[in-house]
Design a protein around this ligand. Sequence first.
Ligand SMILES: [Zn+2]
Length: 137
Amino acid sequence: MSQHDDHVQHTWTLTNADGDEISIDLWIDGYSVRVDGGPDDGHEDERGRDVIEQELLPKYTAAGYQLTRHHPVNAPESHEEPADDEEPEGADQKPDQCPQCASTDFEYEPNLTRGWREGPAWMCAGPSCSWGQWIVV
Ligand SMILES: [Zn+2]
């Protein structure tokens, strides 16, 4: 049980009255299944959680094994961008200091309209200052 388990998403462990242990790993790819121990030692499957919950677990419990624990190991593979990065577009163009009032506070304005021009901008948040700078996207 000291093997590297970066690839494992979820592990089920079953034991029988003799103390024999079966561990079933579902890999983070969501379909690779590997059985360690028991009658199917070394068995590999590619039908994911379904084959574990509908086939392997009932089969082993029928053979006298008991599910002693199961726990998630690693998060499933995900190709989504992390959502904790909420910086608006153009955050790297945020001015350091307002050239008119020397304020260092700026507010993101998603659609600043002045005359013919409109678009996202950084607006000075200084009191009674209306300086703003459009973000070049
Ligand atoms: Zn200002």
